[in-house]
Design a protein around this ligand. Structure first.
Ligand code: GCO
Ligand code: MG
Length: 399
């Protein structure tokens, strides 16, 4: 079997998605997601100009060898652009292998370890009434675990809060404002109110989006302990892995980290010293199913669970790959699932299902996702940036 064609499709049915479609001489095709929110064109070029020419004529069954040759062969290793490009190839080849085998991908990864995959959804509000409505709406959709983000008194635009702007459609990033002291004062009160309204059982999560120092994160973790969070996410920028030692030694609030990580090396201290409870990397940004599976197996030795990043900016192709892995690995924790626009669902018809807050990959051979290229073409690329974040005196802050 040989790869005879590989094509990159860029489409924007609500937001931009980059998809690699690999075709073989036997007519079997595979899809991979290479979306890098706000930097999409860099990955399109990496794939089209530097990877596709290397794939033509090679054996699609040699997934590990292809992965190693793209990773080691480039000499320039790691980084989100490189790893998103390699991820798309890896996932497309797994899709092809599973289709040839006539099996859904999860069967090739060891088979199902559970019946279905628990997810969490996003709720947010500028104030408590709006937040409560948003939580209720998610519960009505079937979600059984909820990420809670709220406005902060005095701030106009806060990440993750609908009605304030958190993604910019346009040629310049939206500027959000930030005040750590106000945030640290208000968030415990928000969780206190949510617990009083929704009771002790509902799993609640929160994403601090890298905004705190380790000392501030330690304080927040302690202050949130009475509200029994499922996790506190990205409490501090974790490039400084050692900083998590301080957070960990002060709080029992579970910690989740890793959506911006690309390789296992970004996790070495965090996993080896058991400083976190959940690894957050996405198939799409971590080089694909092959290396993410290795990361999960490594994390499992330290009782650390999986929590694959699954915002709207991972395409349904990347989402499907995650769901197959989630169903198969023993140390599955939870899957983020934000859902998609109708237009996105129409561009990427899929076999996976969402019922009662749980996903299942379905039984179609391969990933179980296709790409409607005609519909994709009706939604051309639109330049869009993630927001940036400034303190009240104008200083750029972590985002
Ligand atoms: C999450 C994330 C996202 C990111 C987004 C960036 O936990 O879902 O933090 O909301 O901000 O994926 O592109
Ligand atoms: Mg996050």
């Amino acid at each position: 079997m040989k790869i005879v064609d590989a094509k990159v499709v860029l489409t924007s049915p609500g937001r931009n998605f980059v998809t690699l479609r690999i075709e073989t001489d036997e007519g079997v095709t595979g899809l991979g997601d290479a979306t890098l929110n706000g930097r999409e064109l860099a990955v399109v070029s990496y794939l089209t100009d530097h990877v596709v020419p290397l794939l033509l004529g090679t054996d699609p069954h040699r997934i590990e060898d292809t992965w190693q040759s793209l990773y080691r062969g480039a000499y320039w290793r790691r980084g989100p652009v490189t790893m998103a490009a390699i991820a798309a190839v890896d996932v497309a080849l797994w899709d092809i292998k599973a289709k040839v085998a006539g099996l859904p991908l999860y069967q090739l990864l060891g088979g199902a370890s559970r019946e279905r995959v628990r997810t969490y959804g996003h709720a947010s509000g500028r104030d408590l009434p709006e937040l409560f409505d948003s939580i209720r709406a998610r519960l009505e959709q079937g979600y059984q675990a909820i990420r809670v983000q709220t406005g902060v008194p005095g701030l106009k635009r806060v990440y993750g809060v609908r009605h304030t702007v958190d993604t910019a459609a346009g040629p310049r990033p939206v500027v959000e404002d930030w005040d750590t002291a106000a945030y640290l004062r208000s968030l415990p009160k928000v969780f206190d109110a949510v617990r009083q309204e929704f009771g002790p059982d509902l799993p609640l999560l929160h994403d601090a989006h890298h905004r705190l120092t380790p000392m501030q994160a330690a304080r927040l973790g302690k202050d949130l302990e009475p509200y029994d969070l499922f996790w506190l996410e990205d409490c501090t920028p974790a490039e400084n892995q050692e900083g998590l030692r301080l957070v960990r030694s002060h709080t029992t609030t579970p910690l989740a980290i890793g959506e911006v990580f690309n390789t296992v090396y970004d996790y070495r201290t965090l996993i080896g010293e058991q400083l976190i409870d959940y690894v957050r990397s996405a198939v799409t940004h971590f080089g694909g199913v092959s290396p993410l599976r290795k990361l999960f197996d490594y994390a499992a030795q330290y009782q650390i669970k999986t929590a694959v990043h699954g915002p709207e900016d991972i395409s349904p192709v990347g989402m499907a790959a995650a769901i197959h892995l989630d169903l198969a690995v023993h140390n599955f924790g939870i899957q983020e699932y934000a859902g998609y626009t109708e237009a996105t669902e129409a561009v990427f018809p899929h076999a996976y299902t969402f019922t009662d807050g749980h996903l299942h990959p379905g039984e179609e051979p391969g990933l179980g996702v296709s790409l409607d290229e005609e519909r994709a073409a009706a939604h051309p690329y639109e330049a869009a940036y993630l927001p940036i974040n400034r303190l009240q005196d104008g200083t750029i802050h972590d985002w």
